[in-house]
Design a protein around this ligand. Structure first.
Ligand code: NAD
Length: 460
């Protein structure tokens, strides 16, 4: 789709995880992109296969095409990447949590140190224009300024003169990452007027064909480092709050006859002040960002973050529901079928997925777990757990001989199962529909013991 009058830029990307891989593949459509990851085997795998090592729509196509057109490269070292007269260097390394929930900035700070050391070896005059370093990892306020001071310390160079640093949080969603990069809803840029100049021009040129200049101007917010850092947390915390909120309403429905949280969410969503998005009741949120970011914000907050703490507790309560509602899972003689492990459909990401939590507790309780997910590999699952875990080749295989089945991910193929599959294949047909994919009445009428989320008892 690129870009009539677009001037090719030289771009570097450090950190080839979910964000880095998709960003590299996307930006290599029109630019020359060089990537670097500390995990050399990961880089090698992508380079040799010309494919991503994560499941993401269109990712393989973009990587393959860019490599064939000599637009996408992999550097053996940071110095090799910086030597390519880069204009922009995007930093997309992970920012995980410590055990107490606070943010672990080890990777960001170590990248800052490495950039500083390597910059000190390069003659600034080799650059056509000063390098703009674009930090995209999700970080708490104050981190970008610390990032700058580490680079300055090790490079003996000055931000604003010898190089620029911008904070530019990423809002892509796994499962639609390339499309989200192609059609962003906002671009938030933190920095000084001087440091933002080059990156703003870059985004304006890059998106002008698809959005028009007015569209881009409306979409770009230029602000302070701290605002840009906090926007990302506020964004994720708000979405997590919506999910915990609808789960609270779902729990109220369960105590209220003749109610269904699906109908209530549909009605709420018609109000354009609310929107229908993120109003699906279920086992709660998972994935690499929501829990980590809500917890990091709670820790960072200098006051008692009452709303965020409740959001977090509600999510924990929700993922424990299949284990508190019945003891059909408890004991050495029990077998539990887990359908779906990825934290949502269209991804193979299992980070903080409710299924991972449930499998762990069930195995520790002594039961056997039969698990199926269409995208998560058996090797990944087997390497994660001790105990009697059997990874099966289909949902029906997982149900065989099970005493309890839990739907953890709403993959389309599970929606095609009918009550007879549960009755005929399971030892006892006890089902927890953690993603509300089935009609409870049909299942109960057919003789399945059905537990769900957000269904009030129906009198009529
Ligand atoms: P990830 O864990 O999937 O990938 C991080 C990559 O960085 C890994 O490949 C790791 O080997 C590499 N890395 C770590 N230290 C390095 C170093 N010193 N030098 C070079 N490479 C190094 O993480 P991710 O999901 O891609 O997320 C990256 C950042 O973006 C995080 O801050 C995250 O919160 C944020 N984010 C993630 C998403 C998402 O959907 N995954 C969306 C928006 C923002």
């Amino acid at each position: 789709m690129r870009r009539k009058y677009y001037q090719t830029r030289r771009i570097g990307i450090i950190g080839l995880g979910y964000v880095g891989q998709t960003l590299a593949a996307f930006l290599a459509d029109g630019n020359i992109v060089t990537c670097y990851d500390i995990d050399k085997s990961r880089m090698q795998k992508i380079k040799e296969s010309k494919k991503g090592d994560i499941k993401e729509k269109d990712l393989n196509l973009y990587i393959h095409r860019a490599m064939d057109k000599n637009k996408l490269y992999f550097a053996d070292s940071l110095l090799e990447m910086l030597d390519k007269s880069l204009e922009f260097l995007f930093v997309t390394v992970g920012t995980p949590s410590y055990d107490d929930g606070s943010i672990d900035l080890t990777a960001v700070n170590s990248v800052a140190m490495s950039i500083g050391i390597e910059l000190s070896k390069i003659k600034i005059s080799e650059y056509m224009c000063p390098l703009t370093i674009v930090l995209k990892s999700t970080v708490i306020p104050g981190t970008t300024r610390e990032f700058i001071s580490i680079i300055e310390k090790y490079s003996k160079r000055k931000e604003g003169k010898d190089f620029y640093v911008v904070y530019n949080p990423e809002f892509l969603r796994e499962g639609s990452a390339i499309n989200d990069l192609e059609y962003p809803q906002k671009i938030v840029l933190g920095g000084s007027r001087k440091s933002l100049k080059e990156i703003k021009e870059f985004y304006e040129e890059y998106y002008v064909d698809s959005m028009g200049i007015d569209g881009i101007e409306e979409m770009i917010i230029s602000t302070t480092y701290e605002n840009a850092e906090l926007v990302k947390y506020a964004n994720n915390a708000f979405l997590a709050t919506k999910i915990s909120f609808i789960n609270e309403i779902a729990n109220i429905c369960e105590k209220t006859p003749n109610t269904d949280v699906g109908v209530i969410a549909e009605a709420l969503g018609l109000d354009d002040r609310i929107s229908p998005k993120f109003l699906r009741a279920g086992l709660g949120y998972g994935g690499s960002c929501f829990s980590k970011d809500v917890e990091a914000l709670i820790k960072y907050s200098k006051e008692d973050a009452l709303v965020l703490k409740s959001v977090f507790r509600k999510n924990k309560y929700q993922r424990e529901k299949p284990l508190t509602i019945t003891d059909a899972w408890l004991g050495k003689d029990k077998t539990v079928a887990i359908l779906g492990v990825a934290f949502k459909p269209e991804t193979d990401d299992i980070r903080d997925a409710p299924a991972i939590y449930l499998i762990d507790v069930i195995l520790k309780g002594g039961a056997t777990v039969r698990v199926y997910d269409p995208e998560v590999s058996a090797e990944v699952l087997i390497s994660k757990f001790d105990g009697n875990l059997i990874v099966t080749a289909s949902a029906k295989h997982a149900l065989k001989g099970a005493d309890y089945a839990i739907i953890c991910t709403e993959w389309d193929e599970f929606k095609k199962l009918d009550p007879n599959d549960f009755k005929l294949l399971m030892n006892k047909p006890v089902l927890f529909d953690g993603r509300r994919i089935f009609d409870p009445k049909t299942f109960i009428k057919a003789g399945v013991t059905y537990y769900g989320i957000g269904h009030g008892k129906h009198d009529a």
